[in-house]
Write a protein of this length. Structure first.
Length: 149
């Protein structure tokens, strides 16, 4: 094998190695990306069943139901145009309540119920996640868009 062929083999090996590493990195990034949707987008069928995403909106008053003797909670998230039922098993944040903003992360079942594995509530009276505020403002025109308003 001549030195030229060895160098060519080395260059091809490096290119193949970098390509494999790049493919693995992009695959890992894609798996860690979580998109945000509001109830209108979910009702419109823009979310594939079973795919993980974040659902944001307001907890509809009178919809929180707790299963006795377990951590199972059911409630409805709304953007004032559409509602999505949510099922969650776990401890809810202290600030979780009806009529408050919420972001839940999980997946949509075939029956239209969002199964959350994490629920986040707003941290004070004036704050709402920017994506939720924008979505609610577009849909209903009543959400606050910045923490100071």
């Amino acid at each position: 094998m001549t030195p030229r062929q060895r160098r060519l083999g080395l260059v091809i090996g490096i290119v193949v190695g970098v390509s494999i590493a790049g493919t693995l990195a992009l695959s890992a990034f894609r798996q860690n990306v979580t998109f945000f949707f509001d109830p209108s987008q979910v009702a419109g069928g823009q979310v594939p069943v079973g795919e993980r995403f974040r659902l944001g909106g307001m907890v509809t008053k009178g919809t929180v139901q707790r299963a006795p003797g377990s951590l199972e909670v059911r409630f409805v998230v709304t953007d004032f145009a559409h509602d999505v039922p949510v099922s969650y098993s776990g401890v809810l944040p202290d600030l979780f309540r009806e009529g408050a903003g919420v972001v839940a992360q999980g997946h949509l079942r075939a029956d239209g119920t969002f199964v959350a594995d994490e629920v986040l509530a707003k941290h004070d009276e004036k704050y709402m996640p920017p994506a939720v505020a924008k979505s609610l403002k577009i849909r209903h025109g009543e959400a606050r868009s910045d923490p100071g308003s």
